[in-house]
Design a protein around this ligand. Structure first.
Ligand code: ADP
Ligand code: MG
Length: 728
């Protein structure tokens, strides 16, 4: 019965690292498969190039005639690169990407064959969208969906397909994807941040949000992964006794990368480099068989696309190396899970990082302005930010005993805290010349020095300032970064807009100088956003209690976390920033809740299968063997057999005990699932799955893992943690 397990172990032992050919210097073939500005320069007419650049930089519309020219050039370039097909590449609300390939190949009426791709096909398509989640949008409006070209993210050739990044919207205009709201949020933050940046430099005309994600993942031998129905169906192990050794020896983190894995990483990097994904860092992570990859940061929309593309490339490359990538946030109990830190900042078209302290007091006032406004934005909308990273799989990390906590707080370090403390003491209204000098020289002016020795870092903080950027750490390893990036940029946009209005009011009505007005407004923000700042241990129970006092949210599960989306303040925020209409927000909540239900439902079903078709049969077989043994002893020893068979009899009892619970709890879980399944309201159903079905998982697992310890290893049908995590 355990044949598959042993066959898989045997297979995995035969693997050797695949040889990887470096096809040249990476800087030379970087983005060779991307139709970027370099390629446009070569292939487009001056007019067409100017038009596309206008669309990229300021969102101007591309005329149909020009689109035809661009399409023709793209087609020629792509075919030269070996492409036979093209696709609109989009991000439906499933969380991943979608594509439908069409051949360039076409026939003229007279039967002549040729390659065709016009502006029409480049700009807009109408995929059959009926099976994508829409949260009621398409029912309400009976609208069809279409995809539309996003020229800000360049087209690329992947395999033999030209992929054109697109948004996906209903005919009535509602976004059916994750990209459209992100683009709107990026536009909002550009507008708001540019207006504020102009206080400090009139030449700023655009501000880009930047994103550098760090992707964590597990890599498991393919045969071993495939021998586990739970990994195949849910991406994680639902049961499994933890191995004798986990991560306690700290011997994996930053250790020597295993050679098969290194070969995978190098292969992956070559593919990424061709696709223009600027991968930079690779290393072992904390848990056994866990790794991380980080790129050089990019403009946020492009970075989001690159992360989605990366996840796809990783799966394909792993396949070639007979491995499986696990993106699930918590594939194994008892060891670290995976996240995707989102490093975020704002950067001007004059080349300035607005969250980087500068060399002059004025530049530092600019830094403080964006720094304090971000803190204020996160303070006001902490619960909304938490909702943007909620998912069934991330629930096993956030709010479980795992990094980081579900409470959003900000870590800024001792030094910056003391700068903010000093700013809190700034006088109201006009400042005396002495106070101004003091502020410029000793508070604002000292920041760069301070930053240099600001080395203490708090790894438990979900939102940490790390020198010249904020790092959002609760994002799940599977999550589409577009979701947290949409919320973060929207709330910062809203905050900066309010800030500008307040400052302008003080300048116009109270006759304050610009810098005085800025100090005055920042002082109030620092005072009112104090509760969000926390430099202590984010994992401690004391912090949970303290957070309650501070009225910070602590939503440990997805149904709770998603409630805030439809509160009036959230709806007002998204509407006022032109990011999402009420219909779009409600649809998203619906889609997320449905996804939650389905994920827990699938886990429940797989549990059922594992217990009945794998665990119970092997346990009974082993128990039969014990019973046979006891019978034999009775035959030999007669009445005194009980003494001889004491151990076996206890084992038989123990096994029966666990088995009884296992069956009882599994059946009870199935009953709760049945009750939940007939519920029609998505909210009630999600809560039923969360509060009534899911709690059984832990109990079932407990008894199952106990049995794994009792049963003969040769009979245990499921590949063990030791094998999944330590076979390289
Ligand atoms: P860590 O110690 O968390 O690994 P690193 O200093 O290695 O942090 O940086 C992590 C990520 O932060 C990288 O992907 C990097 O590109 C990104 N990053 C650096 N500067 C910025 C910035 N200004 N905006 C966005 N991301 C940035
Ligand atoms: Mg990090």
């Amino acid at each position: 019965m355990s044949g598959l397990r042993f066959k898989a172990i045997f297979e995995s032992q035969k693997r050797v690292p695949l040889p990887i050919e470096e096809i040249g210097r990476r800087s030379e073939f970087f983005a060779s498969n991307v139709f970027n500005e370099d390629k446009m320069l070569q292939h487009l007419t001056k007019d067409a190039l100017a038009s596309v650049k206008g669309a990229i930089d300021s969102g101007t519309k591309i005329e149909r005639k020009i689109a035809d020219q661009v399409a023709e050039a793209m087609k020629g370039w792509a075919i030269h690169k070996g492409a036979t097909h093209y696709t609109h590449w989009f991000q439906p609300l499933t969380g991943t990407t979608a594509e439908k390939h069409d051949a360039f190949f076409d026939l003229l009426p007279e039967g002549k064959a040729l390659e065709k791709f016009g502006g029409g096909q480049l700009v807009q398509q109408e995929p059959d969208a009926s099976s994508f989640p829409h949260g009621g949008i398409r029912n309400t409006f009976e609208a069809r969906g279409y995809t539309a070209w996003d020229p800000t993210s360049p087209a690329f050739v992947y395999g033999t397909t030209l992929c054109i990044p697109t948004i996906f919207v209903a005919y009535t205009g509602e976004a059916l994807d994750n990209k459209a709201p992100l683009l709107r949020a990026l536009l909002a933050v550009d507008d708001a941040a540019t207006a504020v940046a102009k206080y400090f430099d009139k030449n700023v005309s655009k501000v880009n949000a930047t994103l550098g994600w760090e992707q964590e993942y597990f890599l498991i031998d393919k045969s071993l992964a495939m021998s586990r129905p739970d990994i195949v169906m849910t991406g994680r192990t639902l049961i499994g006794q933890t191995a004798a050794k986990g991560q306690q020896l700290d011997d994996h983190y930053f250790g020597v990368i295993p050679s098969r894995v290194l070969s995978f990483m190098r292969h992956l990097e070559v593919e990424c480099t061709k696709l223009g994904i600027p991968v930079k860092t690779r290393h072992n992570e904390v848990a056994p068989n866990q790794f991380e990859l980080a790129p050089i940061f990019e403009e946020a929309n492009l970075a989001v696309d690159h992360n989605l593309l990366l996840m796809d490339v990783m799966e394909k490359v792993a396949e070639k190396h007979h491995m499986k990538v696990l993106f699930h946030e918590k594939p194994f109990a008892g060891i670290n899970g995976s996240g995707k830190h989102n490093n975020w900042s704002l950067s001007t078209d004059t080349g300035v990082n607005l969250l980087s302290p500068g060399s002059t007091p004025m530049k530092n006032l600019q830094f403080l302005t964006f720094f304090v406004n971000t803190i204020k934005a996160v303070d006001t909308y902490e619960e909304l930010l938490r909702s943007s990273i909620a998912s069934a799989s991330n629930d096993y990390r956030l709010g479980a005993n795992e990094a980081p906590p579900a409470i959003i707080s900000i870590f800024i370090g001792k030094q910056l805290s003391s700068v903010l403390d000093e700013l809190e003491g700034v006088s109201k209204g006009k400042l005396s010349p002495e106070e101004k000098t003091e502020l410029k020289l000793n508070v604002v002016g000292k920041i760069p020095e301070i930053m240099l020795d600001n080395t203490d870092r708090n790894r438990t903080s979900p939102f940490a300032f790390t020198g010249n950027k904020f790092e959002m750490r609760g994002v799940g390893s599977k999550t589409n970064c577009a979701k947290p990036m949409t919320v973060l940029n929207t709330i910062v946009a809203k905050q900066l807009k309010a800030f500008k209005e307040e400052v302008d009011l003080l300048v116009d009505n109270k006759n304050l100088k610009k810098d005085e007005a800025i100090f005055n407004v920042l002082r109030e923000y620092i005072k009112t956003s104090k509760r969000i700042r926390f430099d202590g241990d984010g994992y401690s129970s004391d912090w949970e209690k303290e957070a309650v006092k501070r009225k910070l949210s602590n939503n440990k599960n997805t149904p709770d976390a998603l409630q805030v989306l439809v509160k009036k303040e959230s709806l007002d925020l998204f509407r006022s920033m032109n990011v999402m209409s009420e219909v779009e927000v409600r649809a998203r909540q619906e889609v997320e809740l449905e996804a939650y239900i389905m994920h827990v439902q699938i886990e429940g079903r797989v549990f059922n299968e594992l217990i009945y078709s794998y665990v119970i049969p092997s346990v009974v077989e082993y128990q039969n063997r014990l019973i046979k043994n006891v019978r034999g002893l009775k035959e030999i020893y007669g009445a005194s057999y009980q003494k001889k068979a004491k151990g076996q009899l206890v084992l038989i009892e123990e096994i029966s005990g666990h088995l009884e619970y296992l069956k009882e709890k599994t059946d009870a879980m199935v009953e709760e699932r049945k009750k939940a399944n007939i519920m029609t309201d998505t909210h009630t159903k999600a809560y039923a799955y969360c509060d009534r079905v899911k709690p059984y998982f832990e109990v079932i697992r407990y008894h199952c893992d106990k049995l794994e310890r009792l049963v003969d290893d040769q009979l245990w049908p499921l590949t063990k943690y030791r094998e999944l995590l330590f076979v390289k």
